[in-house]
Ligand binder design. Structure first.
Ligand code: NI
Length: 167
């Protein structure tokens, strides 16, 4: 396994729309394992392939307290959603920035698993929010896109300041 570099805003690759995975093979499984390792190490609760410079529709998630519920979604699709939930979100690609985002409270997702087997699942709470956040990444979207223009500008300023401190 290997730790992957996580792209950070404003890297243009974060704005790419990822393409569907055609075959779930050992190469892809290796990438999935690397993504899990990178996410746990960060630490984060979700990571999309786009964030590590890979242009395929793959996300890894683990919102469990003990980090023992890895969830891999290949070509995920939200097929039903209901309710509204507001939650404070952050993102490994936007370090130090948080914002209140409004999303569906419950979602039904269709995807392939790590073996390439299709499955469907329902999620609510933090898991539902995380799934929507990660699928956004596959479409080149970031959580700050959901903020009001004013809050988005503030968030971006904060990021730029943090970047300057680093360099
Ligand atoms: Ni993110």
């Amino acid at each position: 396994m290997a730790l992957l570099d996580i792209l950070t805003y404003p890297d243009k690759r974060l704005r790419q729309v990822a393409r569907p995975v055609e075959t779930v093979d050992d190469r892809l499984r290796q990438r999935v394992d690397d993504m899990f390792e990178t996410m746990y190490e960060a630490p984060g609760i979700g990571l999309a392939a786009v964030q590590v410079g890979m242009g395929e529709r793959v996300v890894v998630i683990d919102v469990s307290e003990d980090k023992d519920r890895p969830l891999c979604l290949v070509n995920p699709e939200i097929v039903a959603s209901s309710g509204v939930e507001e939650m404070e979100e952050g993102c490994l690609s936007l370090p130090g920035v948080y914002g209140l985002v409004s999303r569906s409270a419950e979602v039904t997702v269709r995807a392939l698993d790590r073996q390439g087997e299709p499955f469907e699942m329902q999620a609510d709470g933090l898991l539902a929010v995380c799934i929507q956040h990660e699928i956004d990444h596959l479409d080149g979207k970031l959580f700050i896109d959901h903020l009001s223009p004013l809050k988005r500008r503030r968030a971006i300023k904060k990021l730029e300041k943090a970047k300057k401190r680093e360099s």
